[in-house]
Design a protein around this ligand. Structure first.
Ligand SMILES: C[S@@+](CC[C@H](N)C(=O)[O-])C[C@H]1O[C@@H](n2cnc3c(N)ncnc32)[C@H](O)[C@@H]1O
Length: 497
């Protein structure tokens, strides 16, 4: 396939660092006391970090640049030929994925500084355009090893590269200083913690990706100092390269904590929630399963009028409805053909024949759902359903929004409300039970406690893994509950007026 220049830029994650930023990074490293003997820029591009290293690290004996694109290397050669000390610089054409790093690392002097800015591209972006810039054993047909390593199938190439560099530092002394997405830096630091790597200190310095790369993404300088016997996995996050104040991040009780100081203040709230947060319904077939009421007629996503019994039709609130507090009414509905995951659905045939006919008529859409989970379950199956789905009161929050706005949702039209799978919720038999818990969830302490575990720059910052870590019986939560109970008589009696 002939690729356009734009596609090649995407495939190679090609965002050259402006010299101004490379110099600021090297200045920062100098301020941090970094003084390497050997410098490696593993994907050096047009050489911003090579040049900045030449002027900032005079004691380095060797500055090694590797890059896949020969034209870029030619540009650097041209520029450095006039440098007085250009013999310190070694440039080699090579592909990160099959380069003989072992050979290169064998006889270099420590401490080593690995510096640069790895390609900004994910395997899915590459997949979408037939890209092949991936480690050979981790191509799209055989990516299970990385999945096993990271627990996911979409990954940033830079994360994979960082993990390799982390391995170079096993039993070696040195520094890693790499520009990357902040989420990638965080995952890498988590990886070092899980693998008990020899980390002496590390930090994240936020950079303005819009200004330097015209990219709308949270990005940073990832800094990591490796020493064999050190195991310090807490790290500081700074707002920029000059910031003096930082936020401490660390790993506690199997969670990555965004704000350790606040977390420690409220750590007595930490536990296993006595009530389990669930996610909304997953059906992957909105064209058939979701219906919109227009002039009293239900219309499906294919634009067809749908005449079925109300038996399996439930009011639906989407994540955006929850976030925007549109919770009292809805014109959206969803067909919920099961009461529990995996429940046989043949009974629909007898209880609601028109619904059965409708599902059979549109079976092609449902049968074509890609996820394997549908193949291993009864036809027309959905997920995220259980007895909790059908309780009348819920406290709900949308995982995609950047605020902890919990909503108390009651029935709509005498039917329990169901949510899409961007929503997390607790279910209750009575409004009073729900109100009590809502009061606790909205208390300042609990909100600060949750927030200390939430990385607000993530696509889905609010997760059940965080929500389920509030123990409602722990002292501070219980105190909020007691406070509620004292006030509740007045609160509930004014509510109904
Ligand atoms: C984000 S740019 C950064 C370049 C340079 N490090 C800098 O800071 O300006 C990524 C660079 O990685 C190079 N690259 C992409 N895939 C590579 C690979 N498999 N092996 C070596 N270099 C690669 C690209 O050509 C590009 O120059």
């Amino acid at each position: 396939m002939n690729k356009s220049a734009r596609q090649i830029k995407i495939e190679f994650g090609d965002f050259q660092t402006p010299p101004e930023l490379a110099n600021l990074v090297c200045q920062k490293l100098e301020n941090l006391g970094v003084s390497p003997k050997t410098i490696i820029e593993p994907t050096c591009g047009t050489g911003a970090f090579i040049e900045a290293s030449v002027s900032h690290f005079r004691k380095a004996n060797k500055i090694i640049g590797i890059e896949v694109n020969n034209a870029y290397l030619a540009q650097i050669h041209k520029r450095i030929s006039s440098f007085a000390d250009h013999e310190r610089i070694v440039l080699r054409q090579g592909n990160f994925f099959d380069f003989n790093w072992k050979g290169l690392l064998k006889d270099i002097e420590e401490p080593i500084l690995v510096i640069g800015n790895f390609p900004w591209v994910t395997n899915s972006q590459q997949g979408a355009m037939g890209g092949v810039n991936l480690p050979e054993k981790l191509n799209f047909q055989n990516r299970n090893r990385f999945d096993a390593m990271t627990g996911k199938s979409n990954f940033d190439i830079s994360e994979w590269m960082l993990i390799q560099v982390g391995n170079w530092f096993q039993k070696r002394r040195g520094i890693l200083a790499m520009l990357c997405k902040t989420t990638v830096a965080r995952k890498f630091l988590h990886h070092l913690h899980s693998n008990k790597a020899g980390v002496f200190r590390s930090a994240i310095y936020t950079i303005d990706a819009k200004k330097y790369f015209d990219a709308s993404v949270e990005a940073c300088l990832l800094f990591c100092e490796f020493r064999d016997h050190a195991h310090n996995y807490d790290y500081d996050v700074y707002e920029d390269l000059e910031a003096k104040k930082s936020q401490r991040v660390g790993h506690r009780n199997g969670m990555t904590i965004r704000d350790l100081d606040t977390f420690e203040k409220f750590s007595n709230l930490f536990g296993n929630s006595e009530l389990k947060w669930r996610s909304g319904i997953k059906h992957d077939c909105s064209a058939v399963m979701e219906l919109k009421k227009q002039d009293d007629v239900l219309i499906n996503g294919l634009g067809e009028a749908v005449d079925i019994e109300p038996t399996y039709v439930y009011p639906l609130l989407k994540g955006s409805d929850i976030a925007n507090n549109r919770i009292k009414s809805t014109n959206r509905f969803v067909i919920v053909p099961q009461k529990t995951v995996g429940e046989p659905i043949n009974t629909i045939k007898h209880l609601a024949p028109k619904t059965w006919k409708y599902l059979e008529k549109h079976a092609e859409y449902l049968d074509n759902r890609k996820s394997k989970i549908y193949r291993d379950n009864p036809r027309f199956s959905i997920f995220g359903v259980g007895s909790y789905t059908f309780l009348p009161y819920k406290i709900a929050i949308c995982g995609l929004y950047k605020s902890l706005d919990f909503r108390l949702v009651g029935e709509i039209g005498d039917k329990p409300v169901v949510f899409d799978d961007t929503v997390y919720f607790l279910s209750f038999d009575t409004e009073e039970q729900a109100r009590k818990v809502l009061y606790t969830l909205c208390s300042r302490n609990v909100q600060d406690f949750f927030s200390s575990m939430i990385f607000w720059d993530e696509k889905r910052p609010i997760k059940t893994s965080v929500l389920n870590k509030l123990s409602l019986k722990k002292p501070q939560a219980a105190q909020a509950l007691r406070l509620f109970e004292r006030k509740s008589k007045k609160y509930l009696s004014t509510e109904g007026k």
